[in-house]
Design a protein around this ligand. Structure first.
Ligand code: NAD
Length: 463
């Protein structure tokens, strides 16, 4: 049959349409699918390509994710605050820079070797495949970017089920990660998600045969759900970090460090100081510096009661108060303060609901302890066995050691704001997934790999 002009044009049209389908981002951007099963299928295809890549090629993708994160830091920060109503744009910009600059990449994937008379044995870190990740609304894009860098470095791809309150921000980050991969010569869909993440899509993900590992970052509910799923789970759960101050501390600096940490991103980080335990002899001095030099407001008993009635509901936290600044929270109970007020403080017993609950608001209750041992006991009670984070201001190394052993947390910051724990004003790498419940601690690329032993018997030892 002779080929007519019309037939040629039809073929061209069909090919162009197919090309467009292949290259056009889905409605929510690259990596976003209507259905969770489809998202996992596409991530699986991409994982085969990532696994076959050299480490150098993987690192090129990661470098481009870092570059794009820095370029988009302000957009992501503004989007996160706008969408969730929580946090502080300036602080969120810093968090995005931190995640871009200090999240470990392929350098974290290392080999252990034993060489001797009987040959050579290696432990190599291999990928799990497609990892399922559940992310919080408190650090939505930061967690998506942090998890993606570590998981891709380990040769995996990832499917996210983000918090429904932060879908837009999470999708923007996922689209950006896929664009970074394509530009660096990698595949599309290294990070995937669904248009409407729900508990149902999360359940599909947790039970899917192609998901070998789940990384859950969030409150106690999600970690328990993941650990009951029958899959291997990395559980990065809730915290309620106490900051202990003893009589040997530099009290003025302790006041500054604690308020800086507590007010960072309006107290959203899980590591942030949530309450203070101060020994009696320095408690008044500490509060004096907080009030006179650190922009704190002292809430009266009546104002504390109004705050309890406003920020807590019979079902738990009032979500309209989480991640709001001190001025806004005080405004909600009819108190007007100047702009320099950044933290609400008061003294109370450890059982006070504004102290015992993980609020994620710049409300800092101060619990007085009669001596150091009493302070440790109170701080351990307040941490609620989360084994997440705790902080101390002390120059007595015996006291620091005693506290560290008693509280047994994944993170213990000494004489600095809490954010020093994730590499901001402290040594060490950054993460936004701190596996408190399951014990991996601060996660990085190596956490998302399987250990494989490779044995060559009676050969290759050339000493
Ligand atoms: P959240 O528990 O409400 O939600 C976290 C994620 O879990 C969301 O994606 C949510 O949709 C999902 N989820 C909740 N219950 C679920 C269930 N039963 N099954 C499946 N998925 C479920 O937490 P949030 O408000 O987004 O974040 C704040 C909490 O997360 C705080 O408790 C904070 O301490 C914790 N957090 C921990 C870390 C860490 O690294 N350990 C980091 C950030 C936040």
């Amino acid at each position: 049959m002779p080929v007519s002009e019309q037939m040629v044009q039809d073929i061209v049209k069909e090919v162009m349409a197919k090309l467009q389908i292949a290259s056009a981002p889905a409605a929510g951007g690259r990596g976003v699918f209507a259905d969770m099963n489809e998202a996992i299928a596409q991530a699986k295809k991409a994982q085969k390509i990532v696994h076959a890549m050299s480490m150098d090629q993987r690192e090129k993708i990661i470098s481009n994710i870092r570059k794009k994160t820095i370029e988009n830091a302000e957009i992501l920060a503004r989007m996160g605050v706008e969408e969730t109503g929580m946090g502080n744009v300036g602080h969120k910009i810093l968090k995005h820079r931190l995640v871009a600059e200090k999240t470990p990449g392929t350098e974290d994937i290392t080999t252990t070797a034993w060489s001797g008379d009987r040959g050579l044995t290696l432990i190599e870190m291999g990928p799990f495949g497609v990892i399922g990740a559940i992310t919080p609304c408190t650090n939505p894009s930061e967690t998506v970017i942090c998890n993606s860098i570590g998981m891709i470095a380990g040769g995996n791809t990832v499917v996210f089920n983000p918090h429904p309150a932060a879908v837009k921000t999470s999708m923007y980050a996922i689209n950006m990660i896929n664009e970074a991969s394509i530009e660096a010569g990698g595949p599309d869909n290294v990070a995937c998600t669904v248009l409407k993440p729900t508990l149902e899509s999360s359940n599909i993900m947790m039970k899917h045969k192609d998901i070998q590992l789940i990384a859950a970052t969030g409150g106690p509910g999600v970690v328990t759900a993941v650990l009951s799923s029958g899959r291997r789970g990395i559980g990065a759960g809730a915290g309620n970090p106490p900051a202990l101050v003893d009589e040997t501390a530099d009290i003025r600096k302790a006041a500054q460090d604690i308020v800086n940490g507590c007010t960072f991103d309006n107290n959203l980080p899980c590591i942030a100081e949530k309450e203070v335990v101060a020994v009696d002899s320095i408690a008044d001095e500490l509060m004096h510096y907080m009030l006179t030099e650190q922009g704190c407001y002292l809430a009266s008993k009546e104002e504390q009661d109004k705050l309890v009635a406003t920020v807590l509901t019979p079902k738990g936290l009032n979500r309209k108060c989480v991640g709001r600044d001190a001025k806004t929270l005080l405004g909600m109970i009819g108190v007007t303060v100047p702009d320099n007020i950044r933290c609400i403080i008061f003294e109370g017993p450890m059982e006070h609901p504004l102290i015992a609950e993980e609020l994620m608001m710049p409300i800092l209750g101060i619990v007085r302890a009669k001596d150091f041992d009493d302070a440790v006991e109170k701080a351990v009670w307040l941490e609620h066995g989360n084994r997440h984070s705790a902080h101390i201001h002390s120059k007595n190394i015996d006291n620091i050691t005693k506290y560290a052993k008693a509280i047994d947390t994944a993170i213990l910051v000494k004489n600095a704001p809490s954010y020093a724990a994730i590499g901001f004003g402290g040594e060490g790498f950054c993460t936004f997934t701190i596996a408190s419940r399951t014990g991996e601690g601060l996660t990085s690329a190596s956490t998302f790999t399987k250990r494989r032993r490779c044995v060559m018997s009676d050969s290759l030892c050339i000493r």
